[in-house]
Ligand binder design. Structure first.
Ligand SMILES: [Fe+2]
Length: 207
């Protein structure tokens, strides 16, 4: 996937000063409700979060998947940090600064390596004439590896995605970072992406 200098700079210089959202079980949809010890763990290290609240303008999306190691075994406790633009293409206002992204959140993969988050579909950057494709930035921090950035989520129906990127993405199978969104009964657009922890990538892209 083609990356702009802007994107790389964002990733290099981000995260540690940011506070994060931690959404408790009570705040997630009823279908995802949890209980007992699981609820306590979920409230402290939620595997499901809501980045954009119900009042946030934009199309509702739900992305989910499983994080596995090099052998395909699910990895629990992987910290995932996400941030993206709003439906007008801005990370923040009045100054558009990805380091102060308003729509951001942190989750941790559960005991089965699963994660999910609810948010709105971002928009193309609103302050550049030729913006990159719509994307959601992702940082991963496995329990035994440094925090590092990985390829952003992109969306298959985005006209700004190049054909080269789409073609290469198909070879990645379940680990493809270009996500296909499909409508659900509730009108929420749903997509799936799995992650495979890669030590080489973690060292190369560490933050
Ligand atoms: Fe970005």
């Amino acid at each position: 996937m083609r990356r702009t200098v802007h994107d790389v700079e964002e990733r290099r210089d981000f995260i540690k000063r940011l506070s994060v959202f931690a959404v408790t079980c009570a705040a997630v949809p009823a279908t995802l409700a949890c209980s007992g010890h699981e609820a306590e763990a979920q409230s402290q290290h939620p595997s499901t979060i809501e980045i954009a609240g119900p009042q946030e303008p934009g199309a509702r999306i739900h992305l989910s998947g499983t994080i596995v190691d090099a052998n395909g075994k699910p990895v629990p406790g992987v910290k995932m940090f996400l941030y993206h633009t709003d439906a007008t293409g801005y990370y923040s206002r009045p100054v558009n600064n990805p380091r102060q992204a308003r729509l951001r959140g942190t989750l941790w993969s559960n005991t089965s390596g699963q994660y999910s988050f609810h948010t709105i579909r971002p928009a193309h950057y609103g302050d550049v004439s030729s913006p990159p494709a719509i994307h959601i930035h992702v940082h991963l921090q496995p329990p035994d590896l440094p925090e590092h950035w990985v390829e952003s989520f992109y969306f298959e129906d985005d006209p700004r995605l190049g054909s080269e990127g789409l073609s290469r993405n198909r070879d990645l199978g379940r680990f493809a970072n270009v996500v296909s969104l499909s409508s659900s009964d509730t009108g929420v657009l749903k997509g799936v992406r799995d992650f495979r922890i890669d030590r080489v990538v973690a060292e190369r892209n560490k933050i």
